[in-house]
Design a protein around this ligand. Structure first.
Ligand SMILES: *[C@@H]1O[C@H](CO)[C@@H](O)[C@H](O)[C@H]1NC(C)=O
Ligand SMILES: [Ca+2]
Ligand SMILES: [Ca+2]
Length: 369
């Protein structure tokens, strides 16, 4: 049975895994952000939906299943090139690699210990799913995202205009720069007055974990496991912080869309972008993959858990159950001072129904049988 909890930020949320709720220790670790994580946290963990909203496991959305039944009368642009419809896939050989780190930037995120992990060969999309691609999917299927059903989504306040700001009811206490904005969704990333018209090649945002499942299934793909994502991020390098090495800015160049300046008040956008950037605006890693760190956070398939050991693992899929799903890579909002998570070993989490103005995804595919 589900139980409703009030966390210390005064945000109601539903714990659908009583084993977690019933254990004080687990509750502290998994159901509320730890106090230490605030200093370095994105505050993203505070993005819980109000208990008053029908916060739910995926099954509670069953009455919306009509939207998930893909329309036979597809409204597809007849001659859209395949790479506009779905991203190009890059083939990765897989194999053994060292996952995680023994020198964790944010130890309480469970970045360590470093461990030997095997991943089978797979294909991964070369860039984050774009607005254009997501629109193609919704045009064809009539799919309605969870943020559209809930009627709101989290937006970084620094991107809101005064009109929208004046309508805000409350922010997340631990992360006041996040506001639930009515009418914010993937088509309206900064609220009802905003549009993606000039950002069709930017990563789609405000997608929940269930939304990513629907998209990837439609694309005949799936979300990467955390291990696959991290293998892809590392681009064939060993024991490096970033997809390109250990130096954040080789030859003084920006290699990812991150935050420069002082978070959350001053974004100098020295890298060219205060918000998201068009995908592939920064150099690819050794595997030819773009924006693995920065631009939008990326959902993975795994449940969140911070306890790992050094035991060798083959194709790990994370815990069987959990409260939050793992996201990887950091976003355009990450600055070293508070969200040093634009590293391959870094990780963070959100409840699967969360959606926000810095969270997207990409899909992977298994080799043909
Ligand atoms: C989706 O449909 C709209 C309205 O018919 C159209 O303007 C748009 O180009 C379509 N987008 C894609 C990617 O097919
Ligand atoms: Ca930037
Ligand atoms: Ca990214």
């Amino acid at each position: 049975m589900a139980s409703v909890l009030l966390n210390r930020f005064g945000v109601l949320f539903l714990c659908i895994f009583p084993a977690c709720c019933d254990t004080g220790e687990l509750l502290l670790e998994q159901c509320t952000p730890s106090s230490e994580s605030q200093g370095t946290g994105c505050g993203c963990q505070g993005l819980k939906r109000d208990g008053a909203v029908d916060i739910s496991d995926e099954n509670n959305l069953k009455h919306h299943d009509g939207a998930n039944v893909y329309s036979e009368k597809a409204n597809e642009t007849p001659h859209a090139p395949e790479h506009d419809v779905r991203s190009k896939l890059v083939h990765l050989q897989g194999g053994w690699f060292m996952m995680g780190t023994d020198d964790p930037g944010i130890p309480q995120d469970g970045e360590g210990p470093q461990r030997r992990v095997w991943v089978d060969p797979f294909y991964i999309e070369e860039h984050e799913v774009t607005n254009q691609q997501f629109q193609h999917f919704t045009n064809q299927t009539g799919y309605i995202t969870e943020a559209e059903r809930f009627g709101d989504s989290f937006v970084f306040e620094g991107l809101l205009n005064e009109k929208v700001k004046s309508t805000l009811s409350h922010a997340v206490a631990a992360a006041p720069w996040w506001s639930p904005v009515k009418g914010a969704d993937w088509r309206h990333p900064e609220g009802p007055d905003s549009t993606t018209k000039h950002r069709m090649n930017h990563p789609v945002l405000h997608v929940s974990w269930a939304d990513t499942q629907s998209y990837c299934r439609w694309a005949e793909r799936r979300l990467p496991t955390e291990a696959e994502w991290e293998f892809a991020c590392r681009g064939g390098l060993q024991d490096r912080l970033y997809p390109w090495g250990n130096n954040l800015m080789p030859r003084g160049q920006h290699y990812a869309n991150l935050w420069q300046g002082d978070f959350p008040t001053r974004n100098t956008a020295e890298d060219g972008y205060a918000n998201t950037s068009p995908v592939m605006s920064f150099p690819a890693n050794g595997f030819g993959l773009y924006d693995m760190v920065g631009n939008a956070w990326e959902w993975t398939a795994d449940w969140w858990n911070i306890h790992h050991n050094t035991e060798e693992k083959k194709n790990p899929k994370g815990p069987e159950s959990g409260i939050d799903r793992v996201k990887k890579g950091g976003s355009y909002m990450c600055h070293k001072s508070y969200c040093y998570r634009y590293r391959c070993a870094a990780r963070s989490q959100n409840t699967p129904d969360s959606s926000a103005s810095n969270l997207g995804f990409r899909c992977v595919s298994d080799p043909d049988p």
